[in-house]
Ligand binder design. Structure first.
Ligand SMILES: [Zn+2]
Length: 349
């Protein structure tokens, strides 16, 4: 009997080991979230809310209106002008400025972007290009104004130009459904169509643009060269963040399946390019908010907080992918009502 008991225990032990292996396999929400936590470590702990569909982080931020930040220089040729929720990355070249995104509205450009640029010694009249990561109002809202006032060339992917053209005035893609200002944001006139892998050269600087569908039907991401003193680095900008609620495109978001493929691809492209830092125009997603605040307090000789290294960039995208896979595995939300401004359901971020 004793021998039998021991062997049953062994058998039970073996069965438990098999079950444990199954639970650890990357095919359950729990295992994906655990993997994301492991990859995040302490470096990206602040990004793990994207793994939590119940997170109130964005709703809390928007509840009182996101705080405006002082315009902040991240590199010799790169600044952030925006608020805690969303903003514009400004790349200076020898022949003018390239913006990534264009503010949420014309009034935001007038009240914050133009004065913000002037406060750091840049001239809004030098804005040559605004590359719009995707056609949701919080990214393109100020583009029409820039186009008309400064002749700024506005770039979106063909898919997102088409999406904008389809949206009726006041629709979710064109007007915020929270906050006081729910005015329609008329889109800019169709201009540059960003192609996948396209190089955009201006003066001494060349950025590479990729069409990475998922958050929107044709989200644009970028590899951006930056300088500090004699050092040069490449930054990887992911153009969309909030997860779609559906696997396939619903016309306004690109769907979780495409999003996963795009982030896998951007992770690889970033690695090949030796990208050592991350950008997102929603600065709270990838920890740029913390890095900006470090940049503001940085003393001479201290390392640049935006230089993370190739391995950390890869780890961040690994974390992002695990959260995306967890979202894919979750049953679809039963409530098909208007999406709330949360990480999992925000159609506009
Ligand atoms: Zn969006």
């Amino acid at each position: 009997m004793r021998v039998l008991a021991v062997s049953s225990r062994l058998i039970i032990g073996a069965a438990a080991a098999i079950m444990l292996t199954a639970a650890d396999a990357p095919d359950s929400v729990e295992s994906e979230v655990a993997n994301a936590r492991r990859l995040a470590g302490t470096d990206f702990a602040g990004s793990l809310f994207i793994c939590d569909p119940g997170s109130t982080r964005i709703a809390d931020m928007l509840a009182n209106g996101p705080a405006w930040l002082p315009p902040t220089q991240a590199f010799d040729n790169l600044w952030y002008v925006g608020n805690a929720f969303v903003g514009v990355w400004v790349l200076r070249t020898s022949d003018g400025l390239i913006l990534f995104d264009a503010g949420q509205s014309e009034s935001e450009v007038r009240d914050y972007l133009e004065p913000g640029l002037r406060s750091v010694g840049l001239d809004p009249r030098d804005i040559r290009y605004a590359i719009i990561t995707h056609g949701h109002w919080d990214h393109y809202g100020g583009a029409k104004y820039l186009q008309e006032r400064y002749g700024t060339r506005i770039g979106l992917s063909a898919e997102d130009w088409d999406m904008l053209a389809r949206q009726p005035p006041g629709s979710l893609a064109r007007a915020p459904y929270f906050g006081e200002d729910q005015a329609d944001r008329p889109p800019p006139k169709r201009d540059l169509v960003v192609a996948d892998g396209q190089k955009l050269a201006l003066g001494d600087t060349e950025v590479t643009l990729f069409v990475t569908p998922g958050h929107s039907p044709g989200t644009v991401s970028a590899l951006i060269p930056v300088r500090e003193g004699d050092d040069t680095h490449v930054l990887s900008l992911l153009g969309g963040t909030a997860f779609p609620r559906t696997l396939q495109s619903d016309g306004m978001m690109g769907g979780l399946l495409e999003f996963e493929k795009s982030v896998e691809r951007l992770r690889e492209l970033s690695k090949q390019a030796g990208a050592a830092g991350l950008l997102n125009t929603h600065i709270f997603v990838d920890g740029s908010d913390v890095r900006l605040s470090k940049a503001r307090q940085r003393k001479p000789g201290e390392p640049n907080p935006f230089v993370l290294g190739v391995d950390k960039v890869e780890r961040y995208y690994g974390m992002f992918l695990s959260c995306l896979r967890a979202a894919k595995l979750r049953p679809p939300a039963e409530d098909a009502g208007p999406p709330m401004p949360s990480a999992s359901a925000d159609g506009d971020s």
